[in-house]
Write a protein that binds this ligand. Structure first.
Ligand code: SF4
Ligand code: SF4
Length: 87
């Protein structure tokens, strides 16, 4: 008969593992008015605007919500946040 008590489980520190300040309050989205000028890619300090399938999208895990991309876009092609439809 063995007296196993199970594997030791690491407990680690009790403090927060990920800084909460990295969370973006709102992640902008690129709409179909985008002309592909590239201004937002050059402006984004986090390099969060990325090309995908001939269009652009914003990586939510990188975006800080600073909205500098919205400011520089000449085509009004970046929405500050996904719009909710209201009846
Ligand atoms: S700045 Fe506006 S128009 Fe230019 S690539 Fe970005 S989203 Fe498209
Ligand atoms: S809101 Fe700021 S961090 Fe997010 S994609 Fe636009 S420029 Fe980049």
């Amino acid at each position: 008969m063995s007296a196993r008590t199970g594997p030791a489980v690491p407990t680690g520190p009790t403090g927060p593992a990920v800084p909460a300040a990295r969370a973006a309050p709102a992640v902008p989205t690129v709409n179909d008015r985008c002309t592909g000028c590239g201004a937002c890619l050059l402006t984004c300090p986090e390099h969060a605007v990325r090309p995908r399938g001939g269009a652009l999208f914003v990586r939510a895990d990188l975006c800080t919500g600073c909205l500098e991309c919205v400011e520089v876009c000449p085509a009004d092609a970046i929405d500050e946040a996904p719009k909710e439809s209201h009846p």
